[in-house]
Design a protein around this ligand. Structure first.
Ligand code: NAP
Length: 312
């Protein structure tokens, strides 16, 4: 067992790296575990045009490289490993294990993020950013005057369909049943929009096009008759829900009804003193890179004050 670190940060999206930058600059010598998808969700998008400070836009992976370099510059100890176990118990010191090491810390910052639910079809990863997206806010702009599908029947699908009509000439909601689960107001808004139509009882069984280059359509199955049809479309947006990455904390920290970590209102503190959570793992509402980064800053400041109050 090594000595006790001041701060261990778990996760390397905008929240984790921002927490590391602030903790490192506060001389807390943070240790950060990058996790199984270094850089997080932004590494599966292409152009990021809404992150302030980059008026010409920046590619998602490059933006995350810059976050990482800034955290490293101030002395963050970075481990490119996935955490396999966290023991929070009743309070510090906390134990964090990976396949290669076991560390202890006085505070933990959880920034494990969330991931969009995908359909798990062949070549899904290769089509991401090339006609396939799970984020209308990020990628809608690239579908000006195009026809796009939005898959899902919940509030996210209705909201994304409405949002996409700002750009797309035609939006088809693709839902596996014949009734949306979205709230009435969201349904009414979507159905009243002349650019939106619905394709009921329909599911995508394959993506068509050249993986890694361009999606050109989808093979669809009628969920009632089983009939198969190939349909041309310029883009497909998946809006079938998000899953926060909370397995490491299940049974140790409370989750809300949607499975997100619970933090004190307006703060990043969890129920366990010294454990903080920031970014998408505790935010089902904004889910933006800039809000995640902001909450990472908050978590580092809260950890710093916690350590100070505890005499460290
Ligand atoms: P959701 O309510 O869980 O809806 C997911 C939708 O995707 C459902 O219609 C579901 O179909 C479909 N789906 C799930 N897995 C699928 C699969 N493998 N293949 C095809 N379709 C699949 O998720 P959400 O829409 O992201 O909403 C999550 C929460 O956030 C909800 O509580 C929602 O109210 C809230 N939210 C609110 C707002 C707002 O108020 N502005 C906006 C967005 C989200 P079935 O219906 O057949 O299950």
């Amino acid at each position: 067992m090594s000595e006790c670190s001041n701060v261990i940060i778990i996760g390397s999206g905008p929240a984790g790296w921002t927490a590391a930058i602030y903790a490192a600059r506060a001389n807390l010598a943070p240790v950060l575990f990058e996790g199984p998808q270094p850089g997080g969700q932004l590494t599966i998008t292409t152009d990021v045009e809404n992150y302030p400070g980059f008026p010409e836009g920046i590619m998602g992976p490059e933006l995350m490289q810059r976050f990482r370099a800034q955290a490293a510059r101030f002395g963050t100890q970075i481990h490119s490993e996935a955490v396999t176990e966290v023991v929070l118990g009743a309070g510090a010191p906390f134990t964090v294990r990976t396949a290669e090491r076991t560390l202890q810390a006085r505070t933990i910052i959880i920034s494990t993020g969330a991931s969009a639910k995908l359909l798990n079809l062949p070549d899904e990863g290769a089509f991401m950013g090339h006609g396939l997206s799970a984020c209308a806010t990020c990628d809608g702009f690239f579908f000006r005057n195009k026809h796009v599908f939005v898959v899902g029947g919940g509030d996210s699908a209705a909201e994304e369909a409405n949002f996409l009509t700002r750009y797309a000439s035609k939006v088809t909601l693709v839902h596996r049943r014949d009734a949306l689960r979205a709230s009435k107001i969201m349904q009414d808004r979507a159905m009243a929009n002349p650019k939106i139509s619905a394709r009921w009882n329909s599911e995508i069984v394959a993506y068509l096009g050249t993986p890694g280059q361009r999606l050109r359509g989808a093979r669809m199955r009628d969920t009632v008759t089983g009939a198969i049809e190939e349909v041309s479309v310029d883009g497909i947006f998946l809006a079938i829900g998000h899953v926060p990455t909370t397995e490491l904390f299940r049974g140790q920290l409370p989750l809300d009804s949607k499975g997100y970590l619970v933090t004190t209102a307006g703060r990043t503190a969890t129920q366990i003193p010294g454990v903080f959570a920031c970014g998408d793992v505790q935010d089902s509402y904004y889910r933006q890179a800039v809000t995640a980064a902001g909450s990472g800053c908050m978590a580092a400041l809260e950890a710093e004050r916690f350590l100070e109050a505890a005499g460290h």
